[in-house]
Design a protein around this ligand. Sequence first.
Ligand code: NIG
Ligand code: FE
Length: 425
Amino acid sequence: MKKKALLLANIGQLLTLRSTLSGPRRGASLSELGIIEDAAVLCVGGKIVSVGKTKEALRDPWIRKHFKQITEIDCCRRVVLPGFVDSHTHPVFTHPRLVDFEKRIAGASYGEIAEAGGGIRSSIEGVRKTSKSVLTEKLVGTFRDMAAHGTTTLEAKSGYGLDLASEVKGLEAIGAGARVWPGTVVVTFLGAHTVPPEYLGRSQDYVDLLCREMIPVVAKRKLARFADVFCEKGAFTAQESEDVFRAAQDHRLALRAHVGQLSETRLAPFLLFKPASLDHMDYVNDADLAPLAASETVATLVPGANYFLGLARYPNARKFIESGVSVALATDYNPGSSPTLSMPMVMSLACTQMKMLPAEAIAAATINGAWALQLADRKGSIEPGKDADLAVFDLQDYREIAYWFGVNRCAFTIVNGIAIGSVTN
Ligand code: NIG
Ligand code: FE
């Protein structure tokens, strides 16, 4: 499809997130948003072509010459920023986990519920029994809902099938959904989410299956770009996680992991593999912060899970930022611990519960999310040459994105150069 040239003009605050630094944002650079007031952005063929003041854009010779071919969108002085990059989601599931929800309200913990047969294992049957086309349809609905909240790039994990056929089906459904939705989807194989019921008591056999059969098939058929593992008591040990990482690396999958969600695991063995991201990170040993800060690995924080599990403790974002660790924010959208697909909600939690500044939350939800997916060359900032992914918020000040919670103020998005939502002039 030939993409129209779009001129977004009369932008009140344009958060470009432009930077001359290389590598993910850390420390003070996390709050540099590169704001231009009274701005305009020209997008041609799905790419950002120019960024500047509206007045200058309207004088630009290219724009004057091609004016008839350009669709001008009056942004009515709203806030425009890079579309969110949601770098951690588990969207391949069929049902909400309402029994777990009520048990937790009655006082049971996430770990206790999982041990009693609830948790991740109770989402397996739904995925195994559901056809690929139904999963695909559900995924497309989720992707569209995400775009309506400002997300233009997302990572999607499998991980509720947990046998070869069901994992392949889940990954293919993500791929099929990604072909229908105009946004960008990065696929992650999370066969190492938990040990499925038929392997209980024989976790090593399941790890062998993952390493010898599932990972090679996923890699050979190019069904995923990343492999992930849930390293936690009741899921996979650090040693098992390392085995999964090694097999995935041998098959040229990029790496990411769930680490330190409920208990501490030392990070050194993981960092040797240069993962793009280590996620959750509620429990991290202080001695691991310096090596983490010295690496390119992003710490992806998912406070939606802490909120929904009713935990008093959140990841120590301030300590990460002050130590120079690069931090991203993601929804962790899933039926067990974080049933939200709203990045603004996550940013609100980051500000109120983790004491991140609104500006830091924005960089963590855009450019650092792009780094966490190894996509920073194309995503996460509004600069010439990058993909035309933008979110337009019906607000006057960017700090309001994290301020108003529980409402969706995203007016519309531009997704790879295509306007989605009600573009009203
Ligand atoms: O990131 N921790 C592992 N995975 C998810 C939860 C999955 C579930 O409970 O279904 C998470 O929180
Ligand atoms: Fe997760």
